[in-house]
Design a protein around this ligand. Sequence first.
Ligand code: SF4
Length: 177
Amino acid sequence: MRRILLESLTRGPLTEPPPPPDEAALAELAKNVEKAAQARLGRSLSIRQVDAGSCNACELEIHALANAFYDLERFGLRFVASPRHADVLMVTGPVTKNMRDALERTYDATPNPKWVVAIGDCARDGGCFAGSYAVVGGVSAVIPVDLHIAGCPPTPTAMLKGLLALLERVDASALAT
Ligand code: SF4
């Protein structure tokens, strides 16, 4: 018992150390965020996830962001249930024809300033579903996208890097206004 107590007092945290923000993401965001940020968000972002037609592997990696290892909330990032409470739309999958209208309505329901992060290769350009009769294309074919995070699926660390870059960029822009 004493050994366990001693170990728990001296052992460091078991969570993943935060990755540095992604440099490519920072460059992409420099174009898109500066002109949009109008108010300071207090270094927190609320995220609404939208599955526009993915195979659900991207969702499995997104779910991992909330577990005790990646622990997204320690950075001030959290998922919300409604676009009306969101700053960021995190969209996965190619946009299917059936989901096009829902994605547009979700975008319209999200208050300004807002940012769209396209997750995975399908969200960038349709990925392996590009050209399908059921698919419109990547997310940017339907709504404006501020940041793409590549991968099939992207790892939780890649998503965390992109989101931390977004948080950093939004915070810097807001401070400058
Ligand atoms: S990027 Fe890959 S994992 Fe994500 S929805 Fe497309 S096929 Fe599935």
